[in-house]
Design a protein around this ligand. Structure first.
Ligand SMILES: Nc1ncnc2c1ncn2[C@@H]1O[C@H](COP(=O)(O)OP(=O)(O)O)[C@@H](O)[C@H]1O
Ligand SMILES: [Mg+2]
Length: 172
């Protein structure tokens, strides 16, 4: 039994949109550690939906730490994007909550970022829906209670399908 298996259970598993439950933040961290090991994650675009407090930033922090980011990981709400440079990987953490000027897409270089190799993680992607490309995986996070989060994983590309499959293999 893997560490991830002990912490989350699949409550429903449709062909394209499995639903996981993370029992506590440790389960979220275990999922992040497992996902970070998947080669398909390196150049993926992951869209993160969910209400305030659902755990979008928390998941990103655990993913970044699992990928080797050290030091402070701040929420990019005011900057819209926080970049991270690892020796072998560039990562961009977006929070589009305050994104309302589509010109910023060009002027701030966001189009160039999404055309570059590297991992892109985006909170509030619906606020930039008309400019963002198709996400490899769209996650919907929902608060069940203080510690439990329900997570729906929807693949948007072949790479995303591999990533969703690996999320399920974590239990095998
Ligand atoms: N299973 C869980 N996964 C993620 N966060 C959790 C979990 N259980 C409790 N939390 C807490 O919920 C809060 C989520 O906040 P945050 O990640 O900033 O949400 P968001 O970015 O979606 O607004 C954090 O305080 C975190 O510690
Ligand atoms: Mg957040």
């Amino acid at each position: 039994m893997s560490a991830v298996d002990r912490h989350h259970t699949i409550v429903e598993s449709a062909a394209t949109a499995p639903v996981l439950v993370w029992a506590d933040e440790a389960a979220t961290a275990a999922f992040a550690a497992y996902w970070a090991k998947q080669p398909e994650l390196a150049h993926a675009f992951i869209a993160l939906h969910g209400d305030l407090g659902a755990g979008k930033t928390t998941l990103v922090r655990h993913l970044l730490q699992a990928l080797g980011v050290t030091g402070r990981i701040k929420s990019p709400t005011y900057a819209v994007v926080e970049p991270y440079e690892l020796p072998a990987l560039n990562i961009w953490h977006f929070d589009f909550y305050r994104f309302n000027d589509p010109r910023e897409w060009e002027e701030a270089g966001f189009r160039d970022i999404f055309a570059s190799p590297g991992l892109k993680l985006a909170e509030w992607p619906d606020k930039a829906a008309n400019v963002l490309p198709v996400a490899d995986v769209t996650l919907h996070l929902r608060t069940l209670d203080d510690n439990r989060r329900e997570v729906t994983l929807s693949p948007g590309t072949a790479r995303g399908q591999a990533l969703v499959a690996s999320a399920l293999e974590a239990r095998a």
